[in-house]
Design a protein. Structure first.
Length: 177
């Protein structure tokens, strides 16, 4: 096999292993089987304290990937609850682990792909490759991602006040769902 050259990042969307989430993660598995993957970093914190206590998005995804036989190293990033935090944490993981890779591939929900690309450019300093799966089905939810969440998260990446607002909103959601 050729030198390993792909670092895979998998953004989390909830703490429950639903059928759509399995299909999303199956794409990661398929990609890892045909690519020279250095490691897979699963991201996402404990975002559903009420209905999934003690379960992180990253942990749930890593468990599924292991159960399905993924053999490349799995790294969990369990502290982030926003896309901005996910990408900031990835920067830290890359630096701490001194990964040697040529390609960064980020898996995300299709409705969030533009946001992920822009934020990755701002936070990581380059445009990543993005692989998507349509987890968000509702047309209205897709519009909200494009026209509300994306501009807000871009502002939050540059102005801490907006990030703090988003974290307060997420805290309310995490404690009630």
């Amino acid at each position: 096999m050729a030198e390993k050259n792909v670092l895979v990042v998998v953004l989390g969307y909830g703490c429950h292993l639903t059928e759509p989430m399995k299909h999303y993660l199956d794409l990661v598995i398929d990609f890892s089987e045909i690519s020279d993957v250095v490691a897979i970093v699963t991201t996402g914190g404990y975002t559903n304290r009420k209905n999934a206590p003690g379960v992180s998005e990253a942990g749930m995804m890593a468990d599924y990937l292991k159960e399905c036989g993924v053999v490349v190293p799995l790294i969990l990033e369990e502290s982030s609850v926003t896309t901005n935090q996910n990408l900031q944490s990835i920067t830290r993981v890359i630096s701490e682990r001194n990964f040697d890779y040529k390609r960064l591939v980020i898996f995300c929900d299709g409705a969030r792909s533009i946001k992920v690309k822009i934020l990755a450019r701002l936070i990581l300093g380059h445009w990543p490759e993005v692989m998507t799966y349509e987890l968000t089905k509702s047309f209205i939810a897709k519009l909200k991602q494009l026209f509300i969440a994306t501009p807000f998260d871009v502002l939050a990446s540059k102005f801490p006040f907006f990030e703090k607002m988003e974290l307060r909103r997420k805290e309310r959601i995490m404690n009630s769902s």
